[in-house]
Design a protein around this ligand. Structure first.
Ligand code: 2U9
Length: 344
């Protein structure tokens, strides 16, 4: 029995030494240490042994089993270590390689234009205020002297949500709301930048969604000359000291009198070229004196208070400043277009 156990140990150790992989090792474990293996068989046959032999053989069988198990475990560890080594070799990371550049975003061209406009007006004492993009019919139209039968209120021109709610078609309701909030007894000096929506078919010069910056100054004794002074200052700071402005009569329902402002063409300096369509002037914004009915509706007594208002489209201003020929470039987000104006 002793010899049988010793030769089993030798045999098993030989098989372990010959094992080429983990599967071979498992095979050795099953055939020598498994329930149907020779060691178990020896232990089962212990009953047939004499009293004296039993503990001796039992101890030896346990030792042999442990020796085989240890041999298998050691070989298994060696296989695993070799496997890990191989992995570390093949998956080695070269920490000296330069990293992939991280794509850093920057503010959109329109954001930069609006910020620049805001800074100029803040410098002239205007406050920046914002309001809701979903507006009531009252603040979007009624309070701005656009009565129920006005053509601008046509369902075809605006995005109505319900009979009473729509996507604002201009930022003017923010001014109307501010005047209401100030209850007709303190001056308003504000600009409101923001998104506006109109039911238009998109093309090179039209977009169903665009941005506006509008301004309002209401106080005692505000005159047209104040409007001209503020807009002249803005035009020179934004477009360049050499630019001249001119005001032409116009019409808006919320201002009376109303004007449109042109700046002199920087390409031909007023001589006439293709940029200014041979006029020497380029239209950049509209404005006027706030209509007395608009003041009245917002709670300001038109006999005591007067005001000027103006509005401009940052897309148009950016197009003029950078020679951009299609308004859709602002909204299609072609990274090659946007990168040209990335100041980050
Ligand atoms: C109140 C009173 C008056 C805002 C004004 C304009 C003239 C104007 C357009 C220019 C191009 C909008 O971006 S655009 O499409 N705007 O010409 N906007 S006066 O007048 C107001 C606003 C609010 C309470």
């Amino acid at each position: 029995m002793k010899e049988r156990l010793h030769s089993l140990q030798q045999e098993a150790e030989q098989k372990v030494a010959e094992a080429k992989n983990l599967a071979d090792l498992q095979q050795v474990r099953v055939s020598y240490l498994g329930k149907k293996g020779p060691i178990t068989e020896v232990l089962r046959g212990m009953g047939k042994l004499s009293k004296e032999e039993r503990p001796v053989i039992g101890e030896l069988a346990n030792k042999v089993r442990e020796a085989i198990a240890t041999a298998i475990d050691e070989k298994k560890e060696a296989f695993e270590a070799a496997e890990l080594d191989k992995k570390l070799q093949t998956e080695q990371i070269d920490v000296t390689l330069p990293g992939r550049p991280v794509q850093v975003g920057g503010p959109h061209l329109l954001t930069n234009i609006v910020t620049e406009i805001e800074d100029l007006f803040i410098g002239m004492g205007f406050e920046v205020r914002e309001g809701p993009e979903v507006e009531t019919d009252y603040y979007n139209f009624e309070a701005l002297n656009l009565p129920k039968d006005h053509p601008a209120r046509d369902m075809q021109d605006s995005f109505y949500i319900t009979e009473e709610l729509l996507l604002r078609t201009h930022t003017s309701p923010v001014q109307a709301r501010t005047m209401n909030e100030f209850k007709g007894n303190k001056p308003v000096k504000m600009i409101c930048p923001g998104k506006v929506y109109r039911r238009d078919t998109d093309d090179a010069t039209h977009s169903h969604q665009f941005t506006q910056v509008e301004g309002l100054y209401v106080d005692k004794d505000v005159r047209m000359s104040d409007l001209k002074g503020v807009l002249n200052q803005f035009a020179k700071q934004f477009f360049g000291e050499e630019r001249e402005i001119r005001l032409r009569p116009s019409f808006f329902p919320f201002t009376e009198p109303s004007v449109e402002m042109d700046i002199s063409c920087k390409v031909c300096h007023g001589d006439g070229c293709s940029v200014c369509k041979k006029t020497g002037w380029i239209e950049i914004l509209g404005g006027g004196m706030v209509h007395p009915d608009v003041l009245q509706m917002a709670g300001y007594d038109p006999k005591v208070y007067s005001g000027f208002a103006f509005g401009m489209g940052p897309e148009r201003i950016a197009m003029l400043k950078y020679g951009i020929d299609d308004i859709r470039h602002f909204y299609t987000n072609d990274i090659r277009f946007l990168k040209q104006y990335d100041q980050a």
